[in-house]
Write a protein that binds this ligand. Sequence first.
Ligand SMILES: Cc1cc2nc3c(=O)[nH]c(=O)nc-3n(C[C@H](O)[C@H](O)[C@H](O)COP(=O)(O)O)c2cc1C
Length: 202
Amino acid sequence: MMMSAPEIVLGVTGSIGAYKTGDIIRQLRDGGYGVTCVLTQRATKFISPTTLQALSERKAYTDLFDPESPQIVHTTLADRARAILVAPATANIIGKFANGLADDLLSCILLATRAKLLFAPAMNVHMWQHPTVQRNVQTLKRLGVRFVGPDVGKLACGYEAIGHLAETEEIIRALKQLVPVVGVPAAKPAAATKKIKARKRR
Ligand SMILES: Cc1cc2nc3c(=O)[nH]c(=O)nc-3n(C[C@H](O)[C@H](O)[C@H](O)COP(=O)(O)O)c2cc1C
């Protein structure tokens, strides 16, 4: 049974944990998902859209207003997605979404979509434990948003505490529960495709 690969929008926000998104993309694609990356402006300070574009083999979006796109980007991506995974998710995006704010591409997509939503927060322990952040997390959970992590780990700020981005495998497992891949995905995983091409050249 051939199935088309379920579409995932991977939202990347401005956290040190953004360096792990390359691995998340690879594992999603190997798991049979199609991935389109949307970076906030602050995320681009931590990881380049070029890197995510190359790994996803799709345009990586950073702007709400994209003069090159004939379609309205936020509604198109919102409608196409089976799930939106925000990893890493900052205190800022959690707070904006919990309060219905839509001032950039990712926050507009989150409001415009009816796809399943999975957030993988990463932040300083005191930020995570702040009552306003916890209130926003509870608001989103009540609205049906799933959370994976944060885990206890070594944080960039020096603490060994809760706030660490969940392990990639943990994130992928949580996503697979939300959007299982049924049958053999039509899209070939990137790594497998490359191996086939390499063999052909010999
Ligand atoms: C070096 C550095 C690391 C940061 N790491 C985090 C983080 O892990 N989590 C977080 O919530 N904010 C972090 N911030 C703050 C966010 O980048 C900031 O709140 C920003 O406005 C988030 O914007 P965005 O949610 O639109 O990406 C960090 C800032 C700096 C300068």
